[in-house]
Ligand binder design. Structure first.
Ligand code: NDP
Ligand code: 13P
Length: 331
């Protein structure tokens, strides 16, 4: 089989992307870390661990061999953010397109995914695919739109968009890679906060307030790091924030809900084999914001909760008792 597109990471999102890409019979190579999962995908056409709802297309082939991914013209990187550097470096890719689909910031270094990828695959042309995309809906062929931000501008877009677009999967062009990555990374942290509001039973008004004030934090952070305002208010920013803050289909929202209901962060995180990226992103995001003098009180509140620094009700009371101020985004 000669696949044109490789998907690296067979969690829920990598598997759903592979399924979407294979929906018209095109061949897709899917890398998974575990041999048992590769066997299951290739023989039973299921991924019972991460995407149990899907019957996988026959033109998906799974492999544990990273080397098989090296020569494919288009690679979608879909490991959790903290593993991107190691996995991509292991592919030893020398050129071609690398499309980043993980949402997070690297702990320890504070690098966004594009910086991680440029260091791990120096010759590759980077793009970011991000937006409101619950994996199970994409796998089911439900209509979905994303931002496809291309570092290589329109030339890269002309090459990539036909490889990625499908009748129910619609990428929109951008060249704002930083904006697309920041929206996806920050919204995960804000979704934890919205889950807390749900877990505490604080109501719909409070959730809408948190989404709006969280979006102000996303804008302050994004603009300070060079993102464009229209990207932050688009699919990969506001669009994904609204989705993830509204549903227990979100792992980040569910984590927050458990915290709001009184569960300890270590217990809530330990109970899952799926990733809640916001838990890894929150501390490093808060640190970058503090170092740059960017006010992000909701993100700081999430860090306090994750560290077990105070009960959820106390953390929310702290947010509500902040001094009254102007609503304007940059203040
Ligand atoms: N799920 C969704 O709806 C969406 C997710 N995303 C993003 O996609 C990324 C992946 O999430 P998702 O697919 O949901 O993940 P899942 O929670 O479904 O699965 C976790 C994945 O992490 C892998 N993993 C664990 N340890 C390692 C390691 N050391 N090296 C490499 N991989 C490892 C697991 O592989 P193994 O079985 O080998 O442990 C598994 O594939 C995240 O950044 C997420 O924010 C983006 C959009 C939508
Ligand atoms: O990124 C997502 C939807 O766009 C998935 O959100 P969760 O990782 O919180 O499940």
């Amino acid at each position: 089989m000669t696949a044109g597109v490789g998907v690296v990471g067979a969690g829920a999102w990598g598997t759903a992307l592979a399924q979407m890409l294979a929906s018209d019979g095109r061949e897709v190579l899917l890398w998974a870390r575990e041999a048992e999962l590769v066997d299951e995908i290739n023989s039973a056409r299921t991924n019972s661990l991460f995407l149990p709802s899907a019957r996988l297309a026959p033109s998906i082939r799974a492999t544990t061999e990273l080397a098989e991914m090296a020569a494919l013209p288009v690679l979608l990187m879909v490991t959790p953010a903290q593993f991107l550097a190691n996995v991509l470096a292991g592919i030893r890719r020398e050129g071609g397109d690398v499309v980043l689909c993980s949402k997070g910031i690297e702990a320890g270094t504070g690098r966004l995914m594009a910086d991680v990828a440029s260091a791990a695959a120096p010759g590759a042309e980077i793009a970011v695919l991000s937006g409101p995309t619950f994996a199970h809906e994409v796998a089911a062929g439900l209509p979905t739109a994303v931002t496809l931000a291309c570092a290589g501008g329109e030339t890269q877009w002309q090459r990539l968009s036909p490889a990625i677009a499908r009748p129910t999967f619609r990428p929109y062009y951008s060249d704002d890679v930083t904006g697309a990555e920041i929206g996806g990374a920050v919204k995960n942290v804000l979704a934890i906060a919205c889950g807390v509001v749900e877990g505490l039973g604080l109501g719909q008004n409070a959730r809408a307030a948190l989404i709006s004030r969280g979006f102000a934090e996303m804008q302050r952070f994004g603009l300070a790091l060079g993102a464009r305002a229209e990207t932050l208010s688009g699919l990969s920013g506001l669009g994904d924030l609204v989705l993830t803050c509204s549903s227990t289909s979100s792992r980040n929202f569910s984590l927050g809900k458990a915290l709001g209901e009184g569960m300890r962060a270590s217990d809530a995180l330990g109970a899952k084999n799926s990733v809640a990226e916001g838990a890894f992103t929150a501390p490093v995001l808060a640190e970058i914001a503090q170092n740059r003098g960017i006010s992000m009180p909701i993100v700081e509140a999430v860090v306090t909760l994750l560290e077990g620094g105070a009960p959820a009700r106390e953390v929310v009371a702290g947010l509500l008792s902040r001094p009254l101020k102007a609503e304007a985004v940059l203040v």
